[in-house]
Design a protein around this ligand. Structure first.
Ligand code: FAD
Length: 301
């Protein structure tokens, strides 16, 4: 029996072969994953990782795909997506919420609001999942994950052990953390502040409104392509200053509303987005001396 057959027997419908990844990325682009695995629960996830290790199958963990560009030739090994079985959300103290890693950020914001817990309103503006938000230290409007996180529960892909990591043991920086690629986040605990629901509602809708005005919507994008340098030197400013805001490559273009948002206009290939990224990066470096760093993750062959 070859690997594919034995995997199919063990993991049934949770494991699929040759799955196109376009519908799992907000760019709506990318080739196929050799395997695509959606575990039922943590035990099945562990079982899968044991089998994957035996045959040296590479594994890549994916959240909501709102920060990920898959390359056209796809991803070797297995892409693991935690699904609805990892979306439990509960109150575990007056102002503490625990959410499964696959829970969408906006659901956590809404849950906090429904339970009169403030300070998580910013999550309503980030279109990813909790796992992705922690890894990216996502944030907006003066807040980010590092300011509200208490701890994460993880599964270590190397030793297959589960553990809890306290926020104090994680280094957070702008759009990143010290967390290594060998971990899979299973859930996260957040601490907010008890408050009045009307105030939370107002803050949340103000944030959503502000986002609508400053960022394009209903387009195929992964949000900010490059990291900002600092508050006064944002990536979009450098892109504009360097005259790149009208650049395009094939059907990949730059949003006219926010020039750090790169877009698939419908028929782009991942390579078009990557070529556009490189063209902008080189121009900005030549014109301003700044070497822009990617915020989005590029995965695949
Ligand atoms: C329209 C738009 C607006 C955006 N606005 C903002 C914004 O205001 N602020 C901001 O910070 N970001 C913003 N983003 C970017 C994006 O939404 C965030 O980076 C988000 O947190 C990514 O979450 P995700 O689940 O989609 O991650 P993915 O893109 O799926 O993955 C991102 C990274 O996290 C890792 N990962 C995901 N889940 C897990 C897990 N369970 N365990 C371990 N690793 C995991 C992946 O391997 C990958 O390295 C925006 C994106 C879009 C499309």
């Amino acid at each position: 029996m070859n690997i594919k057959e034995s995997f199919k027997i063990k993991f049934g419908n949770n494991l699929k072969e040759d799955v196109n990844l376009a519908s799992y990325s907000w760019f709506n682009l990318g080739g196929n994953a050799e395997f695509f695995f959606k575990p039922n629960n943590i035990n099945q996830l562990i079982e899968f990782l044991i089998e994957a290790k035996k045959v040296k199958l590479k594994t890549t963990i994916l959240g909501a795909g709102s920060n990920t560009l898959f390359r056209d030739k796809g991803v070797k090994g297995a892409v693991i997506k935690l699904g609805s079985n990892f979306t439990d959300i509960k109150i575990i103290g007056d102002d503490i919420i625990e959410a499964g890693a696959a829970t969408l950020d906006r659901k956590v914001a809404n849950f906090a609001k429904a339970n009169n817990i403030a300070n998580l309103e910013f999550l309503s503006c980030i279109p990813g999942s909790i796992g992705g938000a922690v890894i990216m230290n996502s944030g907006c409007y003066e807040n980010d994950i590092s300011k509200v996180l208490l701890s994460i529960k993880i599964l270590n892909k190397k030793n297959l052990k589960e553990s809890e990591i306290k926020k104090e043991d994680i280094k957070f920086f702008y759009r990143g953390t010290s967390l290594v690629e060998d971990i899979i986040i299973i859930s996260a605990k957040f601490k907010g502040l008890k408050s009045d629901r009307d105030k939370i509602e107002k803050k949340q809708s103000d944030f959503i409104e502000k986002k609508k005005l400053s960022q394009p919507s209903q387009i195929k994008t992964c949000g900010s392509t490059f990291k900002n340098i600092n508050k006064d030197r944002k990536a979009w400013m450098l892109i504009k200053e360097s005259g790149c805001n009208n650049y395009s490559e094939g059907d990949a273009a730059i949003s006219q509303k926010h020039c750090n948002f790169f877009i698939n206009n419908g028929n782009a290939k991942s390579i078009d987005i990557e070529n556009l990224i490189n063209k902008v990066k080189q121009t900005v470096l030549a014109k301003t001396g700044v070497n822009l760093e990617l915020e989005i993750k590029i995965i695949g062959e």
